[in-house]
Design a protein around this ligand. Sequence first.
Ligand code: GTP
Ligand code: MG
Length: 138
Amino acid sequence: SERSLVLVKPDGYARGLSGEVLRRIEAKGYTLVALAVTTPTRENLARHYAEHEGKPFYEPLLEFMSSGPVTAAVIEGQGCIPGFRALAGATNPTEAAPGSIRGDLGRDWGEKVQKNIVHGSDSPESAEREIAIWFPEL
Ligand code: GTP
Ligand code: MG
């Protein structure tokens, strides 16, 4: 069935929020099918964020995402791609609804990059592409 690629970004990992994010995923009813802790390479991040190349936040984003470990997961369940996006909340944590991961646990830290704790695939095509980057063995 449907799969999505979830990252607990370096800010979330450093704050010890990996367990909280995974708890919410499992409590929602999605299944963890792969899990890893890894410090992303620039090469993989350039592939992952290819759609954002050239945007003003691209370089700060790659710098931030390669700054430390992330927790990467493949999750599974009907509707888990939009379902996890709903769990995550709006990209900007200040605007994210309370009840969501970003709304409950995130804030504006006054930095160039929006440190917003998690990433989740935004479409079936993105999910397939991203899972191949982070879990080539799957
Ligand atoms: P992801 O789940 O991480 O992909 O977030 P998203 O899909 O909600 O946002 P998007 O893919 O548009 O952007 C990827 C990441 O770049 C975001 O999660 C933010 O960390 C950062 N970002 C996106 N838009 C902006 C922006 O306008 N300003 C800044 N500073 N950062 C941004
Ligand atoms: Mg995105």
